[in-house]
Design a protein around this ligand. Structure first.
Ligand code: HEC
Ligand code: HEC
Ligand code: HEC
Ligand code: HEC
Length: 345
């Protein structure tokens, strides 16, 4: 592929060029935001992993060993899944709108119904590809290589692909949000009536993304599945907590009954906020401060949609800015709060 380190340069660039680029990320937020939406990709825009594999062969091989891929063939056979489906009045798990949102990727060809074709896939995390896949690797025409691409073109490429729905790992808050739209399980009926788990309660972005899921071949120019450097891990840690705070606040906003769902997601939001307070004491970051001030007004109770959605929006804005601005050196103070490598899933 190419020789430059694609991901590491970005955070520094953002810091240097300041407001302009961060404004760009805020614009992206407006286009690709999952505010109030189901985590599912638009089936009309899904190109499937077949549309990625020719260039990302190694990432594809890693993905095929993860539960995200494997469960496509196992979930609907699991007795627990059948019990949940029965309680929800669902006959076919693979065809149910409910289960598909978080367990499968669907495609929809013109004239036919959406069809589940794999488990959680590349596009579940990086965004449905149809409108960005040909833009994100185009350095400026067939004869232009990575090293010949102008910085302006590189910026434009990022901007265009993001506007067209790509969730690019250059913004780690956006990536963490991807995970948490599913891993907070924001569906009250599914939990209270179906008996589904009320989210992955021990989820943290570092532990959960750096084990079996990791597929960092681009930054090593295809040489190996690179580990993530400490600075990036620290940004991930804080961005992951901010995304969790946003999405568990949003999940609480949807709670209408004082039962398992509402109680679990509200506790989750409160617990994450305490972790973030601990982080803030060490790093004194202005964006994190904004998120925490917004959250301090939150009344974590049922039927409080309007207030909690508004607060979640503020946390989201702060999270995007945090991830776009975090730069080298800022986060060394939290080095000892990060999970140990031995705990990676
Ligand atoms: C024709 C080849 C090609 C195809 C097909 C392709 N990619 Fe890429 N992809 C690339 C190249 C080249 C890069 C490196 C771009 C750069 O230098 O910034 C890249 C970069 C990426 C990145 C990292 C962006 C970054 O800056 O860190 C992600 C994520 C990604 N691709 C996902 C996908 C997914 C998902 C698909 C399928 C839907 C896909 N790609 C299809 C060639 C391709
Ligand atoms: C909002 C997202 C979401 C929806 C909708 C959803 N699930 Fe899940 N499901 C998850 C997540 C996330 C996990 C992993 C939970 C964990 O970490 O404990 C999971 C785990 C499971 C498990 C346990 C699997 C295992 O291998 O441990 C079963 C069974 C299951 N889901 C069945 C269903 C069924 C059946 C439906 C449809 C009625 C459904 N789910 C809908 C997100 C969802
Ligand atoms: C579209 C929904 C969805 C998205 C997006 C998603 N996941 Fe998952 N994830 C699931 C479901 C569902 C399961 C449970 C699979 C099963 O066993 O059936 C799961 C399982 C996992 C597991 C295995 C857990 C275990 O106990 O072995 C890890 C690790 C994981 N996810 C990490 C992530 C990370 C990190 C991200 C974001 C970068 C992410 N997931 C994004 C739905 C999703
Ligand atoms: C569970 C969510 C998830 C799935 C599924 C997933 N990715 Fe990623 N991807 C991520 C995250 C998170 C990162 C950033 C990881 C990091 O920095 O450590 C990433 C990074 C990348 C990168 C940049 C790697 C580098 O070296 O910087 C590429 C390219 C990529 N993914 C392509 C793909 C392709 C192709 C697939 C499907 C075969 C895929 N991803 C499936 C979440 C996912």
């Amino acid at each position: 592929m190419h020789k430059d380190k694609p991901t590491l340069g970005w955070t520094t660039t953002c810091k240097v060029s300041g407001a302009l680029i961060c404004f760009f990320w805020m614009a992206i937020l407006e286009c690709t935001s999952t505010r109030g939406q189901s985590p599912q990709c638009d089936p009309k825009k899904v190109v499937t992993s077949a549309g990625c594999i020719q260039c990302h062969t190694q990432a594809d091989a890693v993905w095929k060993r993860t539960p995200h891929f494997i469960s496509f063939n196992t979930l609907h056979r699991q007795p627990e899944a059948k019990v949940i489906a029965k309680k929800m009045g669902i006959i076919s798990i693979k065809r149910s709108d409910v289960c598909v949102g978080c367990h499968y990727t669907q495609i929809e060809k013109t004239g036919s119904k959406p069809k589940a074709i794999s488990g959680v896939s590349c596009e579940s995390c990086h965004g449905a590809g149809r409108d960005w896949v040909n833009i994100h690797h185009d350095y400026g025409g067939p004869s232009v290589t990575k090293s010949l691409e102008t910085p302006t073109h590189a910026e434009l490429r990022l901007e265009k692909s993001s506007q067209n729905g790509m969730r690019n790992p250059k913004n780690l808050f956006l990536m963490a949000k991807s995970c948490l739209t599913c891993h907070t399980v924001p569906n009250e009926k599914l939990v209270n009536i179906g008996g589904h788990s009320a989210g992955s309660l021990d989820f943290d972005f570092v532990t959960w993304s750096q084990g079996t899921i990791r597929h960092n071949f681009l930054r090593s120019n295809g040489q190996r599945n690179a580990t993530t450097d400490d600075q990036r891990l620290r940004i991930m840690w804080v961005a992951g907590l901010l995304a969790d705070l946003e999405l568990s606040t949003r999940a609480t906003a949807a709670a209408t009954q004082k039962q398992n769902y509402g109680i679990t997601v509200a506790k989750r939001a409160a617990r994450v906020s305490l972790k973030l307070y601990e982080v803030q004491q060490k790093i004194e970051n202005p964006h994190l401060e904004k998120a925490l001030i917004a959250f301090s007004d939150a009344e974590l109770k049922i039927n409080n949609k309007e207030q909690l959605e508004k607060i979640a929006d503020q946390i989201e804005d702060a999270g995007m800015k945090f991830a776009a601005n975090a730069g080298a050196g800022d986060l060394i103070a939290i080095a000892d709060q990060l999970p140990a490598e031995s705990s990676y899933k």
